[in-house]
Design a protein around this ligand. Structure first.
Ligand code: NAI
Length: 246
């Protein structure tokens, strides 16, 4: 359970991030939600968490921007007093074959997905170190483990997150900070909703459980990794993929 703790969730306005925010709030955590900009979905997520009786505030921040991350972390620490859990979930795709991919298409995805996690983790590290405790959960992807044609930029960013997770886990274990990654497979959200029916069907066929995962499937694992009881798990990459990559 996360009773009396504060969790920061990047990309928390919708999809997997919103499900994680709701699940951690149900477990008793107060929530700081981050997304690029305020939106209808962000407001709905904030309302649903407040309806659970938890404190929830929204912070607009582009995780690709180091100065914005540092200022936002400062504002969150001031508002909530302290932070216990950081979920680096914000992510984007820009799928193209490599021959058609401009450098900007490649680097923008890395800036949000990989540098974003670096910026936010760094912004909270000192406060975690002072408390000698902290949970960082990075949302990677099975694509970071298995690769995917058309997603060289995205797969590189998600594989990079795994290296970041393992290295940070080693670097900050002595400070009581655990760092783990979740590698979701095919989860039904706006990100996958953009796929054509044919492409989605092909993926579903390749999944042993023969169905897409839900954002709640990922949120259940995030809640498990955020608990006090799982403090001996660090540097792990755990798949939530219905067996897609065995
Ligand atoms: P989504 O597109 O529904 O939500 C993404 C969230 O990230 C939104 O709240 C958006 O505002 C936020 N965001 C995007 N760029 C940002 C930026 N620069 N700064 C701050 N916030 C930003 O995506 P979904 O599907 O919920 O994915 C969440 C995470 O899970 C992503 O990291 C994604 O790569 C990962 N993932 C998703 C899978 C899926 O099948 N949906 C599979 C594997 C991983």
């Amino acid at each position: 359970m996360s009773e009396g703790r504060t969790a920061v969730i990047t990309g928390g306005s919708r999809g997997i991030g919103a499900a994680i925010a709701n699940r951690l709030a149900r477990d008793g955590a107060d929530i700081a939600l981050i997304a690029t900009k305020d939106s209808e979905s962000a407001r709905k997520t904030v309302e649903s968490i407040r309806a659970l009786g938890r404190k929830c505030e929204f912070f607009a921040c582009n995780v690709a921007d180091e100065a914005e991350c540092s200022a936002t972390a400062g504002a969150i620490l001031e508002e909530f007093g302290s932070v216990d859990i950081l979920v680096n979930n914000a992510g984007i795709t820009n799928d193209k074959l490599m021959v058609q991919m401009k450098e900007d298409d490649f680097s923008k995805v890395l800036e949000v997905n990989l540098l974003g996690a670096y910026h936010m983790s760094k912004a909270f590290l000192r406060s975690f170190m002072r408390k000698k405790s902290g949970r960082i959960i990075n949302i990677s992807s099975v694509v970071g483990l298995m690769g995917n044609a058309g997603q060289t930029n995205y797969a590189a960013s998600k594989a990079g997150l795994i290296g970041l997770t393992k290295s940070m886990a080693k670097e900050y274990a002595a400070k009581g900070i655990t760092v783990n990654a979740i590698a979701p497979g095919y989860i039904e959200t706006a990100m996958t909703g953009a796929m054509t029916d044919g492409a989605a069907e092909k993926i579903l066929e390749s999944i042993p459980l023969k169905r897409a995962g839900s954002p709640e499937d990922v949120a259940n694992l995030a809640a498990f990794l955020a608990q006090d009881e799982t403090s001996y798990i660090t540097g792990e990459v755990i798949k939530v993929d219905g067996g897609m990559y065995i």
